[in-house]
Design a binder for this molecule. Structure first.
Ligand code: AMP
Ligand code: MG
Length: 421
């Protein structure tokens, strides 16, 4: 679809989001590398991890106390002969527990054969090799049976898992000191606009410092990509085209600015010249309405991705809050797919609104807001802002209140949907 048809490609939030999700689901990441566990945080697993033995490998005591036969203490108080002590770690193989006997046992230690319960030390007193127990115990109490957490050979983590601390701990627990992970996709950032200058330059009175490349670099990194910041493109088609071509050498191209309908908004025009296919050229949202998603046909060449004959691109609106919001809503799922991650839904949660919000209906709104309060009484309040250029207001917020397109008013005290960021 060529850029001339742009106006007809402005779609609802649901439509635009599912378009991105559809394309993300078509992507298969294939390029992998091996990293050590200490370098694996936030990488994406490219191999399944299985249990190399039963977990736990023996019936494990969950308490300090006495390993007993529950039948021996059915009628407390009961006196049992203490025949030894079992610690976690290297210890002599305990012998089998016979009727009338108990082992002193520590948390994490293997429960001996013959015992079917561990009585907490709090319910016992020991004197001269005899323990007195003042409570009954049910069969299995305070014992995790061998293999209860996972059987040897069973799947623990799937390909596509984002490696957080628990996934890495699980890998360590089955002896994986190195992990096969997907290579990070490279993402080119191209910011456009004659008024935009680098952060190190002294801006003239009408010039604006480039902040979008920096917020995007953070978001790209968080979504599993490697950011490459290209030079700032002027509002001039030849140089813009050169830089866009350069951007297509990366696995994904993200542009900011130049996508609204202004006379100098050239991004769509240049992409049209490159025979880009557009999936949408606007979303009925605020902030972020003039957001563009599409792809161009490219030679697979040295690309790390199977079927990567297509290079996807996003044209995000230049207003800094719009850039951040539209990255989260649209660019993130596609980038996560390129990074090998399994798709995941947006993290919508509910909270109670502190103060009324009035808006014009027709757009799905993502209003910067502050979620605060304690666990029993949280509430959310929109930050006062000067619109989608207001980075200072955005930086005070920790979430967005989502206002559905058919609502004019959200009242104080009502439950509202929020999107965390
Ligand atoms: P545009 O989408 O090009 O119409 O830009 C919308 C607004 O965002 C304008 O006020 C721009 O000056 C501003 N803007 C565009 N690019 C950036 C950038 N990289 N950093 C900060 N502000 C920007
Ligand atoms: Mg511009």
């Amino acid at each position: 679809m060529r850029a001339e048809a742009a106006e007809s490609l402005i779609r609802t939030f649901e439509h635009t989001r599912s378009s991105v999700e559809h394309h993300a689901s078509q992507i298969t990441a294939t390029s992998t590398e091996t990293v050590t566990l200490l370098r694996a945080a936030r990488r994406v697993l490219a191999e399944p991890i299985t249990a190399d033995r039963d977990i736990p490998p023996f019936p494990r005591s969950t308490r300090d106390g006495y390993a007993v036969r529950s039948a021996d203490i059915e009628d407390p108080p009961a006196k049992l002969k203490v025949i030894g002590e079992i610690k976690a770690g290297p210890s002599d193989q305990p012998r089998r527990l016979e009727p009338g006997e108990a082992y002193s046992i520590m948390t994490g230690a293997p429960v001996p054969d013959g015992a079917d319960a561990v009585v907490m030390i709090e319910y016992t007193t020991q004197q001269a090799g005899i323990v007195e127990i003042v409570r009954t115990a049910s069969c299995g109490e305070n014992i995790v049976p061998q293999g209860a957490e996972a059987k040897s050979g069973s799947d623990l983590l799937n390909r596509g898992t984002l490696l957080n601390q628990s996934a890495i701990a699980l890998a360590a627990s089955v002896g994986k000191s190195q992990l096969r992970v997907f290579t990070r996709p490279s993402v080119a950032i191209l910011t456009t606009g004659d008024e935009i200058v680098g952060v190190d330059q002294a801006p003239g009175p009408w010039q604006i410092r480039n902040s979008n490349s920096y917020s995007l670099a953070v978001q790209i990194q968080q979504a599993g990509g490697d950011a490459l910041v290209l030079p700032i493109a002027p509002d001039e088609p030849r140089r813009l085209r050169e830089l866009i071509e350069q951007g297509f050498q990366s696995d994904l191209l993200i542009m900011t600015g130049g996508v609204s309908i202004g006379r100098y908004d050239l991004v769509e025009r240049v992409l049209g010249e490159l025979n880009a296919e557009f999936f949408f050229t606007g979303a009925k949202i605020q902030p972020g309405r003039p957001v563009v998603f599409g792809r161009v046909l490219r030679d697979a060449g040295a690309s790390a991705f199977e079927k990567a004959r297509h290079k996807y691109f996003f044209g995000l609106p230049g207003n800094p809050v719009s850039t951040m919001v539209t990255f989260e809503l649209f660019a993130r799922p596609l980038l996560e797919a390129l990074a090998g991650m399994r798709p995941r839904p947006l993290p919508f949660v509910q909270s109670r609104l502190k103060a009324e919000i009035r808006v014009k209906p027709g757009l799905t709104r993502f209003l910067p807001a502050i979620l605060s309060g304690d666990y029993a009484d949280s509430h959310v309040e929109a930050v006062s802002w000067q619109g989608s250029g207001d980075i200072a207001a955005q930086s005070r917020s920790n979430c967005y209140i989502v206002v559905p397109p058919d609502r004019e008013c959200l009242s104080a005290g009502q439950w509202v949907t929020i999107l965390l960021h």
